[in-house]
Design a protein around this ligand. Structure first.
Ligand SMILES: Cc1cc2nc3c(=O)[nH]c(=O)nc-3n(C[C@H](O)[C@H](O)[C@H](O)COP(=O)(O)O)c2cc1C
Length: 380
């Protein structure tokens, strides 16, 4: 189990880090910086000894230090991290120095990351405004992620959307349940040992699936809501595809993100989800999940199709008219997506129309569950 590092260990780590830059540092000198730091009513005495070769961290009190610092441990960390100006620190009595303060120049101040060759991957015009720079997708891949595959309601609703897209684009429907995607173990081998390669790359189907998805112009992620999120098989795919990014962190559009190892400019995604409950609120968790995922993957979400009451409407005589409108609306949405990179508000209104439930509807659903008790009908 990991334990909180002690202030002495933090000081030692800090000196190790400074030592990495010391050989190239111009202001090397011989001497000692003595620290008398207070933390949680404890005195921490330690010092940094420097010569022309290296900086060495030592515990205790040195003879004839060149300069001495007295402060709390946190004030010293703020000074070292550039969060506390030394003059202000002295004036506010947060820091006390004795001796030759110019000797602090012996500590390299240059950022350790300046020389790193971080891949640049700035946001493209397309990512910021996909419908403005829309190009009709040549290849659409629909990842149907219901663990029930083609027998589920996800595919029932999805089929109309695909029909609409197929009029003007090549669409491939892929069922995630047919692929074995092992869960990520968090070992970071894909970043530290074999960059871009997961430990499972040779023993499961991740690579084959990723190849399809990473080369598509448009990806449709279709899935039912499971426990207020997405089914685990889809989350496993997303976790594993972290291997396709660099570990580095760069500034993104609204937050920090990773540069991509594999780039497909002008790639976009559609979220297509269905659920059993009645309210659009049930899609809020996945809406926010995909907002973050799309930013981190540099792939804009161009449409979000959410169908509530997906099971309850099917076969329900009182919802039959609505269901037909929705099915037609989904086909229209598919056509709009490939041709314009967005769905018209009018079409959204049709596919997202509310199923007004009465008390009777809840009773009917509950009756259905009672009837199904003991049933082995997995294709309900
Ligand atoms: C394990 C499980 C968890 C579910 N969790 C939710 C949920 O949190 N909210 C919801 O509205 N529906 C939930 N549902 C209902 C499914 O979204 C709904 O049955 C959907 O039609 C399943 O898709 P499929 O027919 O393609 O398998 C859940 C279903 C299962 C099997």
């Amino acid at each position: 189990m990991k334990e909180l590092l002690t202030p002495l260990k933090i000081m030692e780590n800090m000196v190790d880090k400074l030592q990495q830059s010391y050989p190239k540092h111009e202001k090397k000198a011989e001497g000692i910086i003595q620290f008398h730091l207070k933390h949680n009513n404890e005195n921490i005495d330690c010092y940094i000894q420097s010569d022309f070769e290296r900086l060495t961290f030592r515990k205790g009190i040195a003879n004839n230090p060149t300069v001495t610092v007295k402060s709390t441990f946190y004030n010293w960390l703020n000074l070292a991290g550039g969060r506390l100006n030394p003059v202000v620190g002295v004036m506010l009595r947060k820091l006390r120095f004795n001796g030759k303060t110019s000797f602090f120049d012996v500590l390299p101040k240059k950022s350790f990351t300046e020389d790193l060759n971080i891949p640049k991957d700035p946001a493209s015009k397309f990512e910021k405004n996909p419908s403005k720079y829309w190009i009709k997708p040549k290849k659409v891949v629909v990842l149907s992620s219901s663990p029930r595959g083609e027998n589920g309601y996800t595919d029932f609703y999805l089929n109309s959307f695909i029909k609409g897209m197929e009029k003007d684009s090549e669409v491939e429907l892929v069922h995630l349940k047919k692929y074995i995607i092992k869960p990520c173990t968090g070992c970071f081998s894909c970043w530290m040992i074999h960059p871009g390669e997961c430990i499972y790359h040779k023993t499961d189907d991740f690579n084959a699936l990723a190849e399809k998805l990473f080369t598509a112009d448009l990806i449709v992620y279709a899935f039912p809501i499971y426990a207020d999120g997405m089914p685990g098989i889809l989350k496993n795919y997303f976790d594993r595809s972290v291997s396709r990014a660099y570990p580095y962190m760069i500034d993104g559009i609204y937050k920090v993100r990773h540069p991509r190892r594999y780039k497909h400019e002008n790639q976009s995604m559609v979220i297509f989800s269905i659920c059993g409950f009645f309210e659009m609120k049930n899609f809020e968790p996945v809406h926010y999940y995909f907002k973050a995922l799309s930013h981190n993957r540099h792939i804009p979400v161009i449409a979000e199709i959410y169908r509530t009451t997906a099971v309850g409407m099917y076969g329900n005589p009182f919802a039959y008219k609505q269901l037909n409108e929705i099915i037609d609306g989904l086909e229209k949405a598919g056509d709009e997506i490939v041709n314009h990179g967005k769905i018209k508000q009018k079409t959204y209104k049709i596919i997202h129309q509310k199923f007004y439930r009465s008390k009777r509807d809840l009773n009917q659903i509950n009756e259905w569950w009672n009837e199904k008790k003991g049933s082995k009908d997995i294709n309900y």
